[in-house]
Each structure stands twice: as C-alpha cells, then as structure tokens.
Design a protein. Sequence first.
Length: 141
Amino acid sequence: MYKHILVALENSRADETLLPHIGELAKLHGSQLLLVHVADGFAARNYEQLNLRESEEMKNDRAYLESAAARLRNGGLTVQTQLELGDPATQIVKAADEQHCDLIAMTSHGHRLIGDILHGSTINEVRHKTAVPLLLVRAAK
C-alpha cells in the first residue's frame, strides 16, 4: 500500500520516536523511504537568492540525514535523503509531490493554542497543502 514514504525529520530527539515506527511500517509494506529535513535558517532561506555558501547548519543537517539513513539501511531498508531549504511545510509538500510519495510521516509535539501561535504548526500547514495521507507519531516527552 505504501511504496514510497516521506519521513520529515526535525534533527531533534523527536526523530528517535518516529524512525522506529517508520522502519517497521516500511518493512511490512516493502516501502522505500525518503528522509527529508528542511533547513530554515537565514542562509537556507536565502541560499539561492543571495548566492550563499552552504552554512554549518546545512552541513550538519546533511550529516544528520545520512546518519539516520545509515541506521535504517543497516536494518535492510532502501533509504534516500533530501535536504530542502526554506519553509518546512512548503518544502515537505513539494518533496512529497516531486518524489511521488504516498505517505508523509511526521512527529507531533502536542502544542496547543499558545504553542502553535509561538511555534507555528508545520503539521497543520502540511495537511492543508497536500492530498497525501499523513502519519503522525507523538514525540516522546
């Protein structure tokens, strides 16, 4: 059913909750995984417009993606990585569309009202911008 799963990683401890769930799901369905992280610092958001060099944030994010992918590959899974730049929700939806993903997996932090106002809600934006089903895993506290 799910042949190509986009896994939106935050480069945070929340990913430690998401990756085991997705690994098991991918094994059950024989799915390929696409690990995506969206760098959204100043350099990432202005990379092309200002013709900037790759920032340390972006280098660290690439290394993080490769490390997460290596762990999943060691479990026998087929994994690709993709570092996107800019607005997380927009780039997650764009990557899912371009790579023909049939599921988007993300972590939920359970923000409510004030937390969503202060931190925004990438999940909320993604669910409004895509027709691809979402799998949300509550991040461990």
